[in-house]
Design a protein around this ligand. Structure first.
Ligand code: TYD
Ligand code: MG
Length: 456
């Protein structure tokens, strides 16, 4: 017999509590408990009725159909997913509102449809006319992709199950979907979880790939339960600074490939354009010979990415000077300024420091240390760095400059873009430096400062 009970579940972490409380015991979020009804099996039906399952050898070859991938023809998307969509898999794309998730997926659906695939775009957020207007703007209005406005996950699942020729279904967004059998409102933990589960199962039956759009909360996590991220095979974030026109698609989980790849897109009047050479985009506005700017030879996954770092060191009138950082880790900056000051005598205390990564990009690599140090030194000296120079290297607390991975890929990219000098950590074999680059390899930060002409 089924009995329904009331539970309170946290919209942040998915934990449940029997009573309402202002604060979730599990994750500490305030005001996140929402009442939900659950059906509980009691009496006879609740007994275990399991049957034994068959175990098969791990060494069996995977069936050919499962490993086959559906290349989308959108190279930046395929790069992030590790070579295209896997039939029967589920993918979640999160991102801030208005960042371009719907645009990206409509482009993906129509691109595949134009290549003769059977695709469907199902939206619970916009009307069919809105989607058609967007398609017209993207120049894909006449492509034979399926379109529906629906929010009933059971109906959608049934449609997907019946149409076994479907290759891709996009659900925009999972927070608008609901199962009529459940009492709670769309967007709540149990609805999101149950709808996603239903849709994933249906996609497995018809061997179609399913892509969910997920809303993010103001702290940047995908709204609703974390379980959603566990249920899908891959989680991608679509991110970017709204005031800039480029967007990054970043993998955070991928059961079928690496997660350190990014795809770069540019938002234009006619939708998202793929950017095959992102370094050119990030260095496009660069003017040479400006004090306080340095080019960092970064890596995003297997792909080199050159970005400009700007620093301004200015006298401060405040008791505790400002340290403003955009696009980099502020505690990393604190460490670096301490090393510059204590080990190399660079006068930074009592001064405001502003640091900015151009183009709205966010750098996570410690390899940026040397480029940030170069920008700071250049700003303190009010003297530009050597022209067409590239910097990368991690700085230790001892002020030693440490090796970073993939030095040759960084140098190769720089040579391709016409750079002539490279400042980098000492490496054991020097055979990888392109002939057009002259490379300096300081062992310590003090040695590096001397190479730049000291502190004036
Ligand atoms: P959208 O895909 O609706 O974002 P999301 O689904 O992530 O909320 O993107 C909307 C933004 O993209 C909107 O602010 C306008 C902009 N945009 C363009 O600049 N060019 C275009 O061709 C399109 C379709 C949208
Ligand atoms: Mg949208």
């Amino acid at each position: 017999m089924a009995r329904s009970t009331t539970l309170y579940s946290c919209q942040g972490c998915g934990a449940t509590a029997p009573k309402w409380a202002g604060k979730c015991d599990a994750c500490g979020a305030w005001n996140s408990l929402v009442e939900e009804r659950v059906e509980k099996q009691t009496g006879k039906g609740a007994k275990s009725t399991g049957r034994s399952i068959d175990l098969t050898p791990l060494s069996d070859a995977p069936s050919a159909q499962k490993v086959m991938r559906l290349a989308t023809g959108m190279a930046e998307f395929d790069r992030v997913t590790g070579g295209g969509l896997v039939p029967g898999s589920a993918l979640l794309i999160g991102g801030d509102p208005g960042i371009g998730k719907s645009t990206l997926l409509l482009q993906l659906v129509t691109k595949l449809a134009a290549a003769g695939r059977n695709t469907a775009y199902i939206t619970g957020e916009e009307s069919a006319d809105q989607v058609r207007m967007r398609a017209a703007r993207l120049g894909v209005a006449s492509v034979p992709a399926g379109l529906a406005t629906a929010t009933n996950a059971a109906d959608i699942a049934e449609t997907v199950r019946k149409d076994t020729t479907l290759d891709l279904v996009v659900i925009d967004s999972i927070q608008t979907m609901y199962l009529p059998g459940l009492d709670s409102a769309p967007g709540t933990v149990s609805q999101v979880r149950a709808s996603a589960h239903e849709l994933i199962r249906a996609a497995k039956v018809s061997n179609a790939a399913v892509i969910f759009v997920g809303h993010v909360t103001k702290d940047g996590a995908i709204a609703g339960p974390r379980v959603l991220e566990h249920m899908v095979d891959a989680v991608l974030y679509f991110e970017g600074d709204r005031s800039h026109h480029f967007r990054l698609l970043r993998g955070v989980k991928n059961r079928f490939g690496a997660t350190d790849e990014i795809g770069v897109f540019e938002m234009s009047q006619t939708g998202l354009q793929e950017v095959a050479n992102p370094s050119q985009l990030f260095l496009a506005d660069r003017k040479n010979a400006v004090p306080g700017t340095a080019v960092f030879g970064g890596m995003e996954g297997t792909r080199p990415l050159l970005v400009e770092i700007e620093a301004l060191v200015a006298p401060s009138s405040l008791a505790s000077p400002r340290r403003n950082v955009v696009g980099w880790d502020s505690s990393r900056l604190a460490m670096l300024t301490a090393v510059l000051e204590a080990r190399c005598g660079v006068p930074l205390s009592g001064r405001d420091i502003f640091l900015n990564v151009a183009g709205g990009l966010r750098i996570q690599e410690p390899a940026a240390d040397l480029a940030v140090a170069a920008a700071l030194i250049s700003s303190v000296n009010a003297r530009p760095l050597p022209e067409r120079a590239l910097f990368f290297g991690e700085i230790a607390l001892s002020s030693e400059i440490r090796q970073v991975p993939q030095a040759d890929a960084r140098l190769k990219e720089a040579a391709k873009l016409g750079f002539e000098r490279g400042f980098m950590p000492p490496v054991r074999n020097k055979g990888t430096v392109p002939s057009s680059l002259s490379v300096s390899q300081p062992e310590t930060l003090s040695e590096f400062i001397d190479m730049l002409g000291g502190i004036v």
